[in-house]
Design a protein around this ligand. Sequence first.
Ligand SMILES: Nc1ncnc2c1ncn2[C@@H]1O[C@H](COP(=O)(O)OP(=O)(O)OP(=O)(O)O)[C@@H](O)[C@H]1O
Ligand SMILES: [Mg+2]
Length: 478
Amino acid sequence: MSWFNVDKKGLAKLMEGRSKSFVLCELLQNAWDEATSRVDVTVAPVEGSRSVQITVEDDNPEGFQDITHAYTLFAESVKKSDAEKRGRFNMGEKLVLALAKRAYIETTKGTVEFNEHGRVESRCKRDAGSVVSVEIPMTRAEMNEVIDAAYRVIVPHSVRTFVNGQEIPCRKAVTEFECTLPTLVSNEEGVLKPTTRKTLVRIHEPVSDETPMLYEMGIPVVETGDKYHVDVQQKVPLNMDRDNVPSAYLRAIRVAVLNATYDKITKDDAATTWVKEACSDERAAPEAVKKAITERFGANAVAYDPSDPEANKRAMADGRPVIYGGNLSGDEWRNARKAGVLPPAGEVTPSPKPYADGGRPVNVIPESEWTPGMRRVVAFAKDVAREILGCDVNVQIAREFGWNYNATYGDRELTFNLMRVGHKFFDNGISDEVIDLVIHEYGHHYSNDHLSREYYDALTMLGAKMTRLALTKPELFR
Ligand SMILES: Nc1ncnc2c1ncn2[C@@H]1O[C@H](COP(=O)(O)OP(=O)(O)OP(=O)(O)O)[C@@H](O)[C@H]1O
Ligand SMILES: [Mg+2]
């Protein structure tokens, strides 16, 4: 005596919320799982009733291996051990039967009929192929959903598939690639075990208004909303409702798809969830991350550099997008660094740092070697400092070949660089050039950052003080 009874009505009610398109998917799935070269589906209203007859016929020579599986829930599906077959639960066809008022299954081993009185088996056999036919109460709208579902499948290359006499067109893949993905295969005891396995993955462009979906060998599983339909050519780790996968699986798919299609990523794609998720993953190829980040932010973008505030402003002034910490997740930043994109602004547009390596001017010219012009300019700089900065400044002249600067200022020390300004600078008295450079350097008394408000406020303030000084003590300028 068996432990369980199944309440058909109760089971049907559990299916209530689902789209009737699952009926077509389950029956197609079973036909495609066999050595079939042609499948014919008919979907037609039943005259004088509110039911629809759905029939799926295939030409698999052997037909059903065991006809009792047609009505035994959770019998051991022979397909469990084969990663390239879709069936595993031995449940799908029974869920379809649960919805039916009447049904029949004709096979090479015999025929089973289901009607209001129950199940009747007969010895009537087909020579080849199987027919599964179900009469299910449904509305016209639901019937159309079933027919539409037929056009959403991705027909395997080896099986021509027809719906109401019309062939479902084969879809041409944008690309296909091999990769290792989680799957399920039964062990010797018939227990389905998670494992990983190399498989072919086909990428298709969605047609018209289709939402991109994940497919298991041509049968739609779940809408992803990503860029492409992704058709995995082996068992996908499905829930029992066959309408979802674990989020870790979807992530693995997204990484694999990005790695295989990054050359087709556009700026819009680059900001979508699936690309961002793939770019956060350790398995993302550096060149894929590079392409996605470059599309998203621009080829000349730099990372905000807190260690060099002026460098960020210099980058912006150069028209480079400056990307802040919060624009990317921590994992995306890690991958971006690995891929060599988004270098810190301090590396690309560094602020001037004459004293960067703890350096000081080395080749300082001793006072004894100063020319009269040098003495004059140095005296001016010192006098002016006292007047407009309100402090004494040590002024020196150096020969620094390595410096790209005319002068530097820091810690109340001003250094003119003879290698840049040249002797003429000192020989022309208190020229505009001298006043200009002194104001520029003394601005650094207030801020090192050329592009900061502090700095430019200081410059105008020093300009004002310098003017006042020229009026009150013109002799300093002669
Ligand atoms: N068209 C068919 N040709 C041959 N055998 C079939 C066909 N349809 C169903 N079967 C057999 O009936 C069994 C029951 O099908 P059912 O869809 O319930 O389970 P399954 O495909 O094994 O697993 P799943 O529940 O995951 O779909 C199948 O395992 C298969 O052996
Ligand atoms: Mg099945």
